[in-house]
Design a binder for this molecule. Structure first.
Ligand code: HEM
Length: 530
């Protein structure tokens, strides 16, 4: 009898809340006839990897805000939609895995509330600010080492025909980005050295430093079954309690591999710090584990209640978030930048001409050419409009299909994209694609054309009232931390390559694969600039 009453009460509560939701979101057009009372259709789209396609169609038919589940919305307009959600700093969903969090066993990071998130962000934010990066000797030396000590020699090998004569721009980019970010975090002497291997040497790679091995495990973390943890966490937990784990074995193997890998990186950085502290060794700026050390000190200060193991877990998780940008975003965008340039020799020539016009000699590391009173190289490169336009255009085209879900605040209703009274705890998502690839916002939307950025008035026109804005790093308090580092690095790499070489695109099998996925390949070759 008591059980029956409880079930009835539960049903009544459920109906009451469902009706309230139905009522409050009734003005939002539904993407599918079932979306008002069930999430089945959007879950199916997410499971099959067709969410973006499904939503593009829905927005095309129904406008800038659509209902995809009883408490799940998608928004595509920038000024009255995306800005209201992201600039206001709505939190991330508890179950949704951040694209930058792979320490899945680290419970402290499963859902960071606003204040925890603020604490975590403050640990490293100052190091990633534009002014800090521009004056960083560490970054300047690391950039020289990676570009002149690893990247250009790698291209020279290709040029000399010692190799197959062809390389995958994406593979090259993943290698250089991992080496670069790990140098920035842990010091050059402790970085990965993925760039010393080329993709056609895969078979003989040493298991310890193989990008391929790292990448396979990294991909396994985003395996299809991770969908259950992300989208149906209740079901996942229930089945797990019943001893049915929906995650495959390769997932736990990948977690273990990557945790061990990160732990080894941190051990190396710790040894460098110990050498400096106990033996008084003076480190070259490039070898300083700058970001790691700052994070370690910050965690000690802001989380004294945690034991050493838990503190270490936080540090490892934080570092992994940063390194993973090399695979998720920076690697993808730089790889495609090489590909777009390889397909547009005119753009390469224009970068070269712009460097000459501003007398920036990129043939050797920055400290070789430092004239007294001259602007330092990072500032010089940062002032080049065409180079900037090239990078902006690459960021418009990629990345594109990462969901960025947010949850409306738990304590109030909000208005988004012309809809008032959106109830608390409603999921709202947008894709960068909606901003960057909407043919009603951009001319020739799918053409790679840096010129469009030169004709735009950056200072006055960038954000005010416009829909054709650049939004690759999201916005608001959870905006990407690495946006200035991205420009810094891409400016140096593209300028150095265009000064010495001409990239050419090789015939490309147009495969239907996700850009940046293991199946994707961007074949290029190089010739010496005449
Ligand atoms: C092409 C380059 C990059 C793109 C397009 C990009 C994009 C993004 C986006 C869209 C977010 C927000 C994610 C969300 O809200 O769910 C984000 C966050 C973040 N990014 Fe980037 N990113 C790039 C490079 C980097 C680099 C180089 C780093 C650092 C090494 C980095 C570190 C981070 C971190 C730590 C966060 C989390 C920020 C927070 O939660 O406060 N990113 N990035």
């Amino acid at each position: 009898m008591t059980l029956l009453v409880l079930i009835l009460l539960a049903l009544l509560c459920y109906s009451y809340f469902s009706l309230r939701l139905l009522f409050s979101l009734r003005k939002v057009p539904a993407a599918h006839w079932s979306s008002r009372f069930s999430s089945a259709r959007i879950l199916w789209a997410r499971w099959t990897g067709a969410e973006l396609k499904f939503l593009l169609d829905a927005h095309g038919r129904l406008g800038p805000i659509v209902l995809v589940g009883p408490q799940d919305l998608s928004v595509s307009s920038y000024q009255d939609g995306i800005r209201k959600v992201y600039d206001a700093g709505f939190p991330k969903s508890a179950s949704f895995y951040s694209m930058f969090r792979y320490y899945r066993t680290c419970n402290t990071f499963t859902s960071l509330g606003r204040s925890e998130h603020g604490i975590r962000r403050r640990r490293t934010a100052a190091l990633y600010s534009k002014s800090a990066l521009m004056r960083s000797k560490h970054l300047c030396e690391v950039t020289d080492c990676i570009v002149y000590g690893r990247l250009l020699p790698r291209l020279e090998v290709l040029l000399a025909g010692c190799d197959t004569g062809r390389m995958d721009g994406l593979d090259l980019s993943y290698r250089i980005c991992a080496d670069y970010l790990s140098s920035f975090l842990f010091g050059y002497c402790n970085s990965t050295n993925f760039l010393s291997f080329s993709s056609n040497e895969k078979a003989e790679l040493n298991r310890d430093d193989s990008l391929e091995l790292w990448r396979v495990h990294y991909e396994n973390l985003s395996c299809r079954e991770a969908f259950f943890v992300q989208e149906l966490p209740g079901l996942y937990r229930l089945l797990k309690a019943l001893r049915t784990n929906l995650l495959p074995r390769k997932y736990s193997e990948a977690t273990e591999f990557l945790e061990n890998w990160m732990s080894a990186m941190i051990d190396k950085a710790d040894r460098t710090i110990t050498l400096r502290q106990s033996k008084g060794l003076t480190l070259e700026a490039k070898d300083d584990p700058v970001v790691y050390e700052a994070t370690k000190e910050a965690v000690k200060k802001d989380s004294p209640h945690l034991n050493l193991k838990a503190q270490r877990m936080q540090i490892e998780s934080e570092m992994f978030d940063h390194v993973s940008a090399s695979r998720e975003v920076l690697g993808l965008v730089l790889g495609y930048a090489l590909w777009y340039l390889a397909n547009h020799p005119d753009a390469q020539q224009r970068i070269h001409a712009e460097l000459e016009e501003h007398q920036i000699d990129m043939r050797s590391p920055s400290h070789h050419h430092q004239a007294p009173n001259a602007l330092d190289r990072p500032s010089q490169l940062d002032s080049l409009p065409y180079l900037r336009a090239v990078i902006d255009e690459c960021l418009r085209m990629r990345p594109t299909s990462t969901p960025l879900p947010r949850i409306t605040p738990p304590d109030r209703s909000v208005s988004v994209a012309g809809i008032d009274n959106i109830p608390p705890n409603t999921r709202i998502n947008s894709f960068q694609w909606f901003v960057h690839r909407d043919p009603t916002k951009w001319e020739n939307v799918n053409d790679w054309d840096p010129e469009r950025w030169l004709s735009m008035d950056r200072k006055s026109g960038q954000k005010h009232g416009r829909e054709d804005v650049l939004w690759p790093f999201a916005s608001g308090p959870r905006m990407c931390l690495g946006n200035h580092l991205t420009y810094y690095f891409m400016q140096h790499v593209l300028a150095a390559i265009c000064s010495r070489f001409v990239l050419a695109a090789l015939p490309h099998n147009e495969r239907q694969c996700t850009p940046g996925s293991p199946e994707d390949e961007l074949p290029i070759t190089v010739v010496l600039r005449g």
